[in-house]
Design a protein around this ligand. Structure first.
Ligand SMILES: Nc1ncnc2c1ncn2[C@@H]1O[C@H](COP(=O)(O)OP(=O)(O)OP(=O)(O)O)[C@@H](O)[C@H]1O
Ligand SMILES: CC(C)(CO)[C@@H](O)C(=O)[O-]
Ligand code: BAL
Length: 283
């Protein structure tokens, strides 16, 4: 079990743990301030691989100029202990200079609708930051399997596309959303919410669950479901909708009639805190 800060140390540690054998490496990239959602990814990785590497790195290139890079919650000691008790073997916690020694000059960019819509619309440089840092991390860790949460459904789709397009020999594993008991999707940013915002934010999961019930009862018109969710969220005075969209689960194209696996995805601000959530609809 170890906490490493440099790429050199990480590579040495992986080599030491592999005893010269061809072992499988499970990789869980995170921005830290871990919760049960992250731990579920680590536990799954532990079941499916010889060793598990968790990265904790708040990546500056995926934050816009007016976003929360500086204030993003950080606590590496707590993250290290939680990772290890979840089953991680190595926690990689580099600083910005280690990951960007020459500054941010080379980018990996997945172009097109898949990155321009949904979160990419209000965070126009976000996904190029994500694909750039994830490529760097993949090249450093060389994982067999990499684990991502469906809470960031667009991120999973974008990374799957990047892996296909660039022939990364890595299996991307998409893991279900872990929720608080009352339904709120777990997120490191939930700590920003005050009590009233936290209460009102419950409308997100409630509306998604109700819309899924309507779908299961036979409603296939995406506009009806979308309007239902928007109207519900707008009953909360602190909610400020960024988007509510119903998209094909693979391509993220908007759908009118739901005939194949789809995602209802949303982003809503409560005060200064932007929350995302989604739910899958299986035909
Ligand atoms: N509730 C959750 N259930 C399952 N996976 C999750 C959950 N929350 C985050 N993850 C996954 O954990 C990985 C690391 O995410 P990250 O560190 O950004 O956490 P986060 O809680 O999503 O933070 P943020 O508040 O920035 O959205 C991502 O693959 C993300 O999808
Ligand atoms: C994948 C990731 C760790 C890249 O910084 C981040 O976007 C996240 O935590 O989801
Ligand atoms: N999990 C998403 C990371 C971000 O919002 O930057």
């Amino acid at each position: 079990m170890s906490l490493v800060k440099t790429i050199k140390e990480l590579k040495e540690e992986i080599k030491r743990m592999s005893y010269g054998k061809d072992i499988s490496i499970g990789f869980v990239p995170t921005m830290g301030y871990l919760h049960e959602g992250h731990i579920s990814l680590i536990k799954k990785a532990k079941l499916e691989n010889d060793i598990v590497v968790v990265s904790v790195f708040v990546n500056p290139t995926q934050f816009g100029p007016n976003e929360d890079f500086e204030s993003y919650p950080r606590d590496i000691e707590r993250d290290y202990n939680l990772s290890i008790s979840g089953g991680a073997d190595i926690v990689f916690n580099p600083n910005v200079d280690e990951m960007y020694p020459d500054g941010a000059s080379t980018f990996v960019n997945v172009k097109g609708d898949i990155t321009n819509k949904l979160c990419g619309k209000s965070r126009p440089t976000h996904f190029e930051g994500v694909t750039t840092v994830v490529s760097k991390l993949f090249n450093i860790v060389k994982p067999t399997n990499a684990y991502f949460g469906q809470k960031d459904a667009q991120q999973v789709a974008v990374i799957q596309k990047m892996v296909r397009d660039l022939f990364f020999d890595i299996n991307i594993v998409s893991c279900p959303i872990v929720r608080e008991e009352d339904g709120l999707a777990m997120s490191s940013r939930n700590v920003y919410l005050n009590e009233e915002e936290r209460n009102q934010a419950l409308i997100l999961s409630k509306s998604l669950f109700k819309a899924r019930d309507m779908f299961l009862d036979g409603e296939r018109d995406a506009n009806v479901l979308r309007k239902f969710i928007i109207d519900n969220i707008n009953t909360k005075e602190l909610a400020n909708i960024d988007y509510v969209d119903i998209v094909d689960a693979k391509t993220l194209e908007n759908v009118e009639t739901i005939n194949s696996k789809a995602i209802i995805a949303l982003a809503v601000k409560f005060g200064k805190t932007r929350l995302i959530d989604n739910i899958y609809l299986e035909v």
